[in-house]
Design a protein around this ligand. Sequence first.
Ligand code: NDP
Length: 609
Amino acid sequence: MTYQTAIQSYLGDLDFDPAALKEKYLAERDKRVREDGIDQYVEVTADFSHYEDDPYTPRIQREPVNDEVEVIIIGGGFGGLLLGARLREAGFDDIRVIEKAGDFGGTWYWNRYPGAMCDVESYCYLPLLEEMQYMPKHKYSFAPEILQHSINIAKRYNLYDKACLQTAVTDMRWDEAGQQWHLETDRGDNMRARYVAMANGPLNRPKLPGIPGINEFKGHTFHTSRWDYAYTGGDSSGGLTGLRDKRVGIIGTGATAVQCIPHLGEWARELYVFQRTPSSVDVRNNRETDPQWAASLPAGWQQQRMDNFNSMVSGGDEDQDMVHDGWTDIFRNLTGNAAKAAGKVLGRRLTKAERAELMELSDYRKMNSVRGRVDEIVEDTSTGERLKPWYRQFCKRPCFHDEYLPTYNRPNVTLVDTDGRGVQRLTENAVVVDDVEYEVDCLIFATGFEVGTAYTRRSGYDITGRGGQALSEHWADNIRTFQGLMTHGFPNCFFLGFTQTAITVNVPHALNEQAKHVAHILDETRRRQKSSVEPTARAEEDYVDEVRRLAVVGARFYAECTPGYYNSEGGKGNKQGFFSNMHGAGPIAFYNDLREWRAAGQLDGLELN
Ligand code: NDP
């Protein structure tokens, strides 16, 4: 069998012109690429700092803390919760979590917008389900349930005991003589800790669009991650009665907007959706958990399901697709799994070029079906045309929703497409696009979170390591780590998240692997009765080289994409793109490597003093 016949038997007859689609994709990208890349956004400081205020928990007053603990974890989201749990399991009792928010939950504390829900299957996504003996109510959980689960984890693992909530770290310094960290906070605290772990989250800082006139608008405004229910009425499940007599505008049509727009459309007198680039929105198909199925699950089921999902979305070999949803469908058809299937038909492995071609053709076919879904659902053809995404599936975060597209059939909802240019300007009472003024009472920014800015800008504090070196200097050119979790010159300091670790669609899976690894290193350091642990300069250098080597393929793919935070807004060289600092071996190989490293027991690459 020839390669062409194999491709045809795998893909079927192509009912589209790949060259024409490629040309269209590149033209749509070119329309949107801007010189200023990530600098187009406004930082939420000074005049804009109120956009970061916590609308959910009244601020309490408390006396400053002056004490010493064994471990401080900065961040009480999934990363901090998982690390707290794994450390408790390893016998660490003296743990303090410091968290800016009024409670645990991280992204699920902040993102309470109407319709907020996880879009990775909850049986894989919610951490520690078996440990907590909890079964989510739906295949995809709604935000309040996930927030409550986070709080329950914090209770179960005693993380409230010494927690400092509503507290932001302002300074962190290594004390070489005392072999410990000194931390200061915005509450006047002065704390010392042997170990500190940063679990600040990858998308933690809201950003605003740098639209001319952004501070001229006099109507009501807020960012989706600080939803103002006092103004809109209702709660995360909807019921936004306060909007019944309001003209509402929303800027942005990313994964957040896709979830909240159906509720805004239902309640606002008029809704204007200001769109720069449409999302790809596929079937959601949420459903309640079947209690019989839940009762039939054997011990160890969650890790098994997480591993199966991780494998499905990372090109692994699996006989069964346990999760079987939109995510596994696109990965099955658009990645290495598809190449393997076509190779079986052909009777040999595909060459690199053949593989790339197959991926591209499968991608066109998939995106045609996503565009076809718009035609099926949206009644007005002109609106429908403007809701169609013209880029490859992984250029932007894929979305899954069953009520988003039908919202555009409501008479009170208007899509204002900016043809890739973005909103032109704001006035005192209106949003301007193509010189047309759209008057609104309330303007909601669904404009996402900072990506690609300096790590220390996003965390809000710098870290001074051994010999007075600042982390902002050590990482001035780029992040430098060993195993994505530690950096040379900063002993007993750990970074959870995506500082050169591998990412997977199911982010808590990645955080759990990291938490287990960090807990192991702390445990080993204690067992060997050492006071500090850090990577050698050499180990860090080698690791950084490895990350660079593996990053090349992704950079090529993203260069052809429409701008977004995945590719540093189309900025030159993609140095600040979301994936640019991740380990390109992929999660399966990466977690295996970490496991083998732990099993070897040598702590290779680390220096203990
Ligand atoms: P995004 O960064 O994905 O979206 C920001 C939106 O704002 C984009 O549509 C962008 O358009 C638009 N925008 C920016 N500037 C302008 C402008 N000047 N004029 C008009 N539009 C503008 O943020 P989200 O909050 O939607 O999502 C962030 C991430 O959070 C997701 O990718 C996902 O990883 C996560 N998330 C996860 C969810 C889940 O698991 N359930 C739900 C929601 C979010 P353009 O595309 O042209 O840049």
